[in-house]
Each structure stands twice: as C-alpha cells, then as structure tokens.
Design a protein around this ligand. Structure first.
Ligand SMILES: [Zn+2]
Length: 289
C-alpha cells in the first residue's frame, strides 16, 4: 500500500503535470470505487486544476473549487499515460481500471487509477471540501508538518494503552503511516513493536519522534522526482526490515523476523529492537500446540 512518502511523491508528480491544465473527461470504470454522487464526476470536466495536495494517504486534486480525492488502498495505483487510448474503457470483472482522467489537448495525456486483486478498497470522492471525506476528517496530525513538536507527539501518546505499532498506524493519531513505515520507524528507533505506548519513557518518545521524522523525510527524499511508475520499486529498495523476513538486517546483520496476523504481518530485527529475543507469535504458537 502506498503510504505517506509515496503519496507525497505522487502528489508532486501530478502537481507538475496537472496544475493549470483543463480536465477534458473523467470516466469511472469500476463503479464501486466512486463513493460520492453529488457533485457528479462529470462536474470536474472543463475545470482547470488549481493544485494537487496530500492529506495523509489521500491524494487531493483540486479543480474549479471541487476536489477529486483518491485513496489508493492496498492494491490501487496511479498510472500516468502520455497518450491515453481514444476508445472508451470497457468495465468488467477482469479490468483493473477503476477511473480514467484525460486532460484537454491533442496528446490525450492523463492518468488511470487501477486496482489489482479482488479485495477492492480503492476509493474516489468528488467533494466541495476535502473534510467531507470521512477518512480525511478523521486524520491526526501529519508527521512531516514542521509545526508538529515533540510536546505534541508526547501528548498524542499519553495514556495510550495500545502497542506502539498499532498506534503509529492509526490514521486518527498520525496521518500517513501504514504497516511498512511503522516497521521502519520502529527499527530506526530500536524499539519493540509490542511496547505499550503509555509505557514509553521521555527518552524513548524523543527517539521515536526523531526516527519518525527521519525515516519519512528520507523516504520522501528518495522518491522525489521519480515517475509514478518507479515509486513502488523505490519503496521496496529503501526498506530495512519491512517485507524482508529471513534477510539480514542492514544495521547489525541479524535475521529479520516476522509476526503474522490474520490479514497482515510485521517485521523486526531482534538484535536491534527486542534485546535479541524473538517476539511471541500467537498464531504460530497456537499452531504448534
Ligand atoms: Zn538489526
């Protein structure tokens, strides 16, 4: 799933290509992806794109006072096309195309939103104010907001009885961090994902805050200037523990381990994060009993 750094890079990529251009056509192919009906998708046609921004993991394309807000979810992606095909796209269960936006002009450039797999989560909204999108209204502060201080971060974690891994991923606590970057931030902070947020010492909170900003800024920096099509590969290359089960930790050489859950998994380095002890994996121990 694209997280803050990838969506930030996508928004910069689109900002360069869309700002000042007129939307010629917007076609919804996967009807289930479109979550709003008023204003209709067609209201965007003929509007000039004013800005492309990001709210957490949401992309926001503003045109003519309307906002096309996109959440790519797990398997969604944006493909830029210098020349979109002339013939209208055909909907169908095997077609990964969810939405196509074409700009005015002879080239027929624009983008496709696609979604692979059967678990459809990609969501598109047309609203007059991005805060009308429930997922955007709920968002906590952005970790890259220069106004977010250590004191603010400390306040976000105070009295929080959940494990830190879950807290970092909670979009209403912090906007934009998902499963991959929460693994990366915790590795950079040398902290167990199972630690209870409320139990963190002042020193640990400071370390985590630094790791959060550092990891995300580094990832944004790496993605900057990359084309939409190159972002996924770049994200993979930059990760130290996430998705690297069984591979050596680039910091200490220990083997990266995994804990699996019903619909996700986390990765960590025992030497860097848990004093060398593997974390209990409830599913695994249940299977072994
Ligand atoms: Zn390590």
């Amino acid at each position: 799933m694209p997280e803050l750094p990838e969506v930030e890079a996508l928004s910069a990529f689109l900002s360069e290509r869309l700002t000042g251009r007129v939307v010629a056509r917007v076609q919804s192919v996967a009807i289930s992806a479109l979550k709003t009906y008023d204003p209709p998708l067609g209201a965007l046609e003929g509007c000039t794109v004013g800005a492309v921004t990001r709210h957490g993991k949401f992309l926001d394309i503003e045109a003519g006072g309307l906002h096309l807000v996109v959440h790519l979810a797990r398997a969604g992606w944006l493909r830029w096309k210098d020349h979109l095909p002339e013939e209208p796209p055909r909907p169908g269960p095997k077609n990964p195309l969810a939405l196509r936006l074409r700009l005015e002009g002879e080239a027929g450039d624009g983008f496709d939103l696609t979604e692979a797999g059967t678990k459809k989560g990609l969501a598109v909204y047309v609203v007059r104010d991005p805060a009308e999108v429930p997922g955007v209204a709920r968002l906590g502060p952005d970790p890259l907001d220069p106004g977010l201080t250590l004191a603010d971060f400390t306040a976000l974690l105070s009295g929080e009885r959940r494990r830190i891994k879950g807290v970092l991923r909670d979009q209403s606590v912090l906007a934009g961090v998902g499963n991959a970057y929460s693994d990366e931030v915790l590795h950079a902070a040398r902290m167990s994902p199972y630690k209870l947020a409320a139990d963190l010492t002042e020193e640990e909170i400071a370390r985590l805050f630094e790791a959060l900003g550092g990891t995300l800024r580094e990832a944004v920096e790496r993605s900057r200037g990359l084309a939409a099509g190159e972002l996924k590969a770049e994200k993979k290359l930059g990760l130290r523990v996430h998705g690297r089960t069984g591979l050596p930790c680039p910091v200490c050489g220990d083997t990266v381990r995994e804990v699996s859950f019903a619909d996700s998994s986390l990765q960590y380095c025992p030497t860097c994060q848990t004093g060398g002890r593997p974390l209990a994996d409830r599913r695994m121990s249940r299977l072994l009993k």
